[in-house]
Design a protein around this ligand. Structure first.
Ligand code: SF4
Length: 754
């Protein structure tokens, strides 16, 4: 059904020799990350010692995973690559397009109706091209991957930024855009800038209310949303050994929130237990044979400062539970300081919802620990003040949790059990009575950007562990600290919640009746993939135009984005998810969440043809219709957040030629390159201030576009004065080839036809 044992054997067979060769080449002991990276090089033997943070390297990932929202565009692109079958084991997971409203049964039915066309497309295209298909309701991609496909020492990519979750089982697993997935599925190398390495040494042992989630909430506070950019975070030390496999997954999952390329842990007993309990004893046996290669060398962990670019140490024994937010996951507050912090900032103290689940925290262990708190509410005569919503991570977890009575505990508190899917984590939450009210919710998810959960910009969402979500939801108060505070029960007594207890893995093992997996046809040549020309949801792609070989001239500024501009701001999720497979229709959300530096409003920019202010997409469409190129200017860490390539394809489709920013989030920068756009950074950040809203823009030396050579751009202001701006870029020869061909896919096709 699931994992490909022959592929894993092949990885493990070659790993010892490759690790040894890399050790010799680098002349030093190796981190786990280096072992995995060097044993997944595209070229079998290399004599090159790559420079972290500099060298572009071709890799050969073992697997690809795609979720329904991103898979549409990835597979529409793959269909254009002219291949019969995917080159590596790949899977599609239907999880993002499922609404959370009334509870699993009703929600799943209505989502099957609402998105049936897309699910059918994904099912048929997966069937045709040899891709495993996980049906709606089967679970959230990263939980399903952890349960079925992740393996120590492996490398995978996935079209979702939380693909990194699989680091919990010792993988290097990286979130990419659909275009990268297409490369790998088409049998091409996958390119990545060799990451820097951040070591996180964990000492001590967690106790009381502290959970694995608190490790990453603390790390996010230290490193911020940018601190992990371009780096793999490798966890090690005695504390790491005390964490469960799924706990490690939680920590790696939220590595995406610090911008890290990925995070990983060395293979250990907890991973072995997880593999065996999830029916993969054969992988555990194989992994045990090469165990020393599946973790960092002892010399590295003994002297981490010598081998990592940065080292952080966290003592789990003294780590406090954290509550991060609102609006950004790196605003980390220890629970003992939350009340004061919330009051000082005027955050609403009443908590309306406690949401447990998402790919970050929906393991059996998570549900059991949170249930232990919920059970206390019943036992101690407490009434919960907030509503509860639960999204189990997979049907296997849900079925087992139901069998073991865990879900019943939440149901006794009137919790709504939503589908095994993303739901409220991605704006697919039809929240009753929701409007623009200022309110607070707590959840065990990973992201809490404005509007992310329910579309309400005034919802203050706080991220914490599932057990803390349970405690805070029961208390109904954001400042509640279960370690010190008491609650009043139905008899008027003051009672305290005891620390959570739970099971790392179910005593009776996992169980499931119908896991929702569908294997592809052996020979898919007769399988028809149908996309209706009238469809509002799906549209076959037309190739983007190649570069005409000339400097871009007479371009207009479409928008100068101010402050945080995530992929959610560039290509909003929520209701727009339904157009993920239709480039023209979804382009109507292009940059509508970005704040315009001129006027500080969203979706209101000056149309330089009419002089009027209007929505970004309509303005871009008018420029395009009149043959006028446009450019986007942005601030720091532009494009942080998810891996969605729509955030690059939409501006490309609407005629934007270049995105010039102070700095990029890695995945988005790559996505722009893949779509044949110019992703550029200001050589001098202060030049951002020189850009004016009615500028006309000329590229002066694009005809000499070359690796390592900055581009010169002229901004002519309305009064006739001008500024010359130097723009850096990170394009190598191959990526310049993408730009010239119009997109990476155009180049793949050209090369296939040669
Ligand atoms: Fe789904 Fe949320 Fe996880 Fe993304 S982060 S895969 S939306 S549960």
């Amino acid at each position: 059904m699931a994992f490909d044992i022959d592929m894993i054997k092949a990885v493990y067979n070659r790993m010892p020799a490759r690790v040894e060769a890399a050790r010799k080449l680098l002349g030093k002991p190796l981190t786990l990350s280096e072992k995995i990276l060097y044993s997944h090089l595209w070229e079998e033997s290399t004599n090159e010692a790559f420079v972290r943070g500099k060298s572009y390297v071709d890799f050969a990932p073992d697997r690809v995973a795609m979720q329904d929202a991103t898979a549409q565009m990835a597979l529409l692109q793959f269909m254009q690559a002219g291949k019969d079958k995917v080159a590596v084991p790949s899977t599609t997971h239907c999880d993002h397009l499922i609404l959370a409203k009334q509870g699993a049964d009703k929600d799943l039915k209505s989502s099957l109706t609402a998105s049936g066309e897309v699910f059918n497309f994904l099912e048929s295209v997966s069937n045709k091209y040899g891709i495993g298909f996980w049906k709606p309701g089967a679970g959230i991609i990263h939980q399903v991957v952890l349960e079925n496909y992740a393996f120590p020492g492996g490398m995978m990519i996935g079209t979702d930024s939380h693909t990194v979750n699989a680091g919990g089982l010792g993988m290097v697993a990286i979130g990419v855009g659909g275009a990268d997935a297409v490369d790998v599925m088409a049998g091409m190398p996958w390119e990545l800038k060799f990451p820097k390495l951040i070591g996180v040494k964990l000492t001590g042992k967690m106790n009381g209310w502290t959970a694995a989630k608190d490790v990453i909430l603390k790390v996010a506070g230290i490193l911020t949303v940018k601190g992990g950019t371009g780096a793999i975070v490798e966890y090690f030390g005695p504390g790491a050994l005390s964490l469960s496999g799924t706990g490690k997954g939680t920590i790696c999952n939220m590595g995406a929130e610090i911008g890290a390329t990925t995070s990983t842990f060395g293979y250990d007993d907890a991973m072995e237990r997880y593999l065996r309990t999830t029916d993969r004893a054969d992988i555990a046996d194989l992994a045990n044979e090469i165990r020393p290669h599946l973790t960092g060398d002892p010399e590295v962990y003994a002297n981490p400062e010598q081998y990592f670019d940065q080292v952080i140490e966290i003592d789990l024994s003294t780590l406090e539970p954290h509550v991060n937010g609102p609006f950004t996951p790196d605003r980390a507050t220890p629970v003992s300081k939350m009340r004061a912090e919330a009051e000082a900032n005027g955050w609403p103290m009443d908590v309306e919802w406690g949401l447990i689940g998402s790919c970050t925290n929906s393991s059996y262990e998570d549900l059991s620990r949170a249930a232990s708190i919920a059970q206390q509410a019943v036992d101690k005569g407490l009434t919960t003040k907030a509503d509860f919503g639960i999204n189990p991570g997979s049907e296997q977890v849900r079925f087992t949790a139901e069998r073991d009575g865990l879900l019943q505990i939440f149901e006794d508190l009137d919790a709504t059990i939503f589908t095994n899917a993303c739901g409220p984590c991605i704006g697919q939450w039809e929240r009753a009575g929701n409007n623009e009210r200022v309110n607070t919710i707590v959840h065990s998810f990973n992201r809490n950007f404005s509007k992310r959960a329910d579309g309400n910009p005034n919802t203050h969402a706080f991220v914490t562990s599932p057990e803390m979500v349970a405690a805070i939801a029961i208390s109904g108060n954001l400042g509640f600290n279960p370690i010190t505070d008491t609650l009043t029960n139905d008899k008027g007594e003051e009672v305290k919640l005891d620390p959570p207890v739970g099971d790392e893995l179910p005593d009776k093992g996992f169980d499931v009746e119908e896991n929702g997996y569908q294997a592809p046809a052996e020979d898919g040549s007769n399988v028809q993939v149908i996309v209706s020309p009238d469809s509002k949801r799906l549209q076959l792609l037309e190739p983007f135009d190649p570069w005409d070989g000339k400097n871009i001239t007479g371009a207009k500024l479409l928008i100068k984005a101010f402050g945080k501009c995530t992929t959610d701001h560039i290509s909003m999720a929520g209701p727009w998810l339904r157009f993920r497979g239709h480039l023209d229709n979804i382009s109507d959300n292009c940059l509508i969440g970005a704040v315009n530096a001129f006027g500080q409003a969203t979706n209101k920019v000056k149309n330089q043809i009419t002089g009027e202010y209007g929505p970004v997409p309509a303005t871009a469409r008018q420029y395009k219709a009149e043959g006028i190129p446009s450019i986007v200017v942005g601030d720091h860490n532009y494009g942080e957040g998810s891996s969605r390539e729509h955030a690059a394809m939409e501006p490309r489709f609407l005629g934007v030629k270049a995105v010039l920013v102070k700095s990029f989030a890695r995945i988005h920068e790559t996505n722009l390159k893949k779509q044949g756009m110019l992703g550029l950074t200001f050589a001098d950040e202060s030049d951002y201030d020189k850009i004016q809203e009615d500028d006309t823009i000329n590229f002066l030396d694009l005809v000499d576009f070359a690796p390592g050579k900055p581009l010169t751009i002229e901004f002519i202001h309305a009064d006739g004065s001008k500024d010359i701006v130097l723009a850096n870029h990170t394009y190598n020869e191959a990526q310049i080839g993408w730009f010239k061909a119009g997109s990476a896919l155009n180049l793949i096709k050209q090369e296939a036809n040669q």
